[in-house]
Design a protein around this ligand. Structure first.
Ligand SMILES: *Cc1c(COP(=O)(O)O)cnc(C)c1O
Length: 391
């Protein structure tokens, strides 16, 4: 690893978190205790959701949402290839078929117009439906069960369009809000816009539990089912060695739960600081001709900055920029690498370059710069000076 002058991302931890974790370590209860209950209650209060289910990762949370939506082998689910792989992988765990819709160039979120066409044509079936399916691996006659939109980089997807479609065609909506805790769409909180949603807490996210995630939903039956699956399929009333369902160990430790509760109490402070860091970047970079700075759409009434991702002009050698920044001690990263072009996705479904042009274009030109709530203006200056000089 090269010696970086600043980190790519960083958790924002204080002595309060350190003390709280140490206090839990002084008890014998390290799993399935009151810290999980307190964290879940704090998430319910923050989000306004009727249920919160703490889990061991964002991926685990999304997987439980897929199970709760009754998604099974061969079922079709609309989602996008411009995401972290987890949003599609959770469908593959159940042998369901992710049916990709390309994204809007501005936000990187699912393209509402194409999504509408996809739903209508898949519902018609036959040739119309086949056009949306991968080259192999999926059947056009299979039921379309759900939409799984991703709130990319902390900006909620177009939920007016998604809601209209889900109501009209009776589709489940699983919101991947793993990058968007605290964001708002037309005044409504991300994670409250679908049937169920997941926030994630890996250390590069807006707040962290080390590893972890939480599911939010207003559906009490689904919540009970997901609580059971999280805990090895033990239903309410089952003893330790009774398992009503095929479940998993997706539990969150008490250490992570207490960390999460304290971090959540500081989340609004983190989001303000992240917005400040983003503003510093935009001030310095928006006038640079070969750089497009991130755009926040008018429906995003509150942005929850997860990353600061710029796009380089066509013709700029992005990977060379990454290398040169690295040589001057500055980390940066291509974000995202399209899901449909990952080796196992090509193998499974026969995807090829050119299948989702906007996703691929963003994948080639995007560059995430160092970003965290503890970043200083001087550090932003340093990154921008190097970057501008290099371009
Ligand atoms: C972080 C993230 C997840 C969940 O990741 P975990 O590492 O499993 O917590 C899921 N989807 C997206 C889009 C993410 O960014």
């Amino acid at each position: 690893m090269p010696d970086f002058r600043i980190p790519m991302s960083s958790p924002d931890l204080s002595d309060r978190e350190r003390q709280a974790v140490a206090d839990v370590l002084n008890t014998p209860v390290l799993s399935m205790g009151e810290q999980n209950l307190a964290f879940e209650q704090a998430i319910r209060e923050y989000s306004g959701s009727a249920n919160a289910i703490a889990v061991s990762s964002g991926t685990a949370g999304l997987h439980l949402c897929v199970r709760a939506a009754g998604i099974q082998q061969g079922d079709l689910v609309l989602t996008t290839p411009f995401s972290f792989v987890a949003s599609s992988n959770v469908l593959l765990y159940e042998k369901a078929i992710p049916v990709f819709v390309d994204v809007e160039p501005e936000s990187g979120n699912i393209d509402a117009e194409q999504l509408t066409r996809a739903v209508e044509e898949i519902m018609k079936g036959g040739k119309d439906a086949e056009g949306w399916l991968p080259r192999r691996g999926g059947e056009a006659s299979a039921p379309l069960k759900a939409i799984l939109p991703v709130d990319v980089f902390g900006q909620p997807a177009n939920y007016s369009a998604i809601k209209e479609l889900s109501d009209k065609y009776d589709l489940a909506v699983i919101e991947d809000s793993c990058e968007a805790i605290g964001a708002q769409y037309e005044g409504r909180m991300a994670g409250r816009l679908g049937d169920s949603a997941v926030f994630a807490f890996y250390p590069n996210k807006q707040m962290t539990t080390g590893e972890g995630g939480v599911i939010v939903t207003d559906d009490d039956d689904a919540a009970d089912f997901m609580r059971s699956l999280r805990n090895q399929g033990r239903a309410l009333g089952d003893t330790w060695l009774e398992h009503t369902h095929l479940g998993y160990n997706y539990r969150l430790t008490e250490l992570s739960a207490v960390l999460g509760r304290i971090q959540l109490g500081r989340l609004d402070e983190f989001l303000e600081k992240r917005a400040q860091v983003a503003a510093w970047y935009t001030e310095r970079l928006s006038a640079i001709e070969s750089i497009e700075t991130p755009q926040v759409g008018s429906s995003t009434t509150r942005m929850s900055w997860f990353l600061y991702v710029i796009r380089l002009a066509k013709g700029v050698q992005r990977d060379q920029v990454i290398r040169k920044l690295e040589e001057s001690g500055i980390p940066s990263r291509a974000y995202f690498s399209p899901i449909h072009l990952q080796p196992y996705m090509r193998d499974l479904f026969g995807y090829q370059e050119g299948d989702f042009p906007i996703t691929e274009d963003l994948g080639k030109r995007s560059l995430a710069l160092p970003f965290s709530s503890i970043m200083t203006e001087e550090q932003v200056d340093m990154v921008c000076e190097e970057l501008i000089q290099l371009l």
